[in-house]
Design a protein around this ligand. Structure first.
Ligand code: CTP
Ligand code: MG
Length: 228
């Protein structure tokens, strides 16, 4: 089935502390966002890509679209104050022909085509799919004073990445429910979990890093062979 890809790129990049937002930082000859988009252009089922960005970057996105030669429908929408609101704005633009929607962070430029396709397959079958890897570190639950309360069993903990792929009606329903009840989640699956949707974890790889801190940018440069 046809896939619509929502790429949230409206964050301010506080943890990176750079002058320009992360998606617009260049790694090698392209911006991080351009690297990310190129991964989805390789996937035959992709029919639409929607970028959510801050108002001042909408012209930048439009001129970037003009450089791409593709049959894929390309749209841009203004983002919101939270990642979740950026995605909600984009959801309203999803093309009627798309039965599946993937949400993928602009700042995960190393996602592999085969894993995107695997997530789509699982989402088609059961409702939702999240790319992830088994938790690497031991995770601690702490209170407001950082006093450790407990240590969840690591063997059942996974780190959720993106893409997170869902059947369209399920994702729309989850977003509307979250919005109605003022629930803010840190990913899309958490919204779908709230309404009881079935979602399966798909094992990905650790190269699908999220560029968050300056060290991640250094790693990204090494992966692309442009390390300084
Ligand atoms: N994002 C968005 N709209 C927001 C916040 C985040 O579209 N209001 C996007 C970011 O641009 C990024 C993705 O969501 O591509 C993942 O968010 P994150 O890595 O947290 O990026 P930022 O929010 O920009 O960074 P920080 O949290 O450090 O400020
Ligand atoms: Mg953020």
């Amino acid at each position: 089935s046809k896939l619509s890809v929502i790429i949230p790129a409206a964050g301010s990049g506080e943890r990176m502390g750079s002058d320009i937002p992360k998606p617009f930082i260049k790694v090698g000859d392209k911006t991080i966002l351009e690297h990310t988009i190129s991964r989805f252009l390789e996937v035959p089922d992709v029919a639409q890509i929607i970028i959510a960005t801050s108002k001042s970057y909408i012209p930048t996105i439009k001129s970037m679209f003009e450089q791409l030669s593709t049959d894929i429908q390309l749209d841009v929408v203004e983002g919101g104050a939270e990642r979740q609101f950026s995605i909600y704005n984009a959801l309203k633009l999803v093309s009627a022909e798309c039965e599946l929607v993937a949400v993928h962070d602009a700042v995960r430029p190393f996602v592999r085509k085969q894993l995107i396709e695997e997530c789509c397959e699982v989402a088609s079958n059961i409702g939702g799919a999240v790319l992830g890897v088994p938790a690497k570190d031991t995770i601690k639950k702490v209170d407001a004073d950082k006093v450790i309360e407990s240590t969840p069993d690591r063997s059942v903990l996974w780190q959720a990445q993106t893409p997170q792929v869902f059947q369209k009606e399920l994702l729309v329903k989850a977003y509307e429910s979250a919005l109605g009840e003022n629930f803010i989640g840190t990913d899309d699956a958490s919204l779908v979990e709230r309404i009881g949707g079935a979602i399966q974890m798909v094992e990905g790889d650790r190269e699908n890093l999220k560029i968050t801190y300056p060290v991640d940018l250094k790693v990204a440069e090494l992966i692309l062979g442009v390390g300084k």
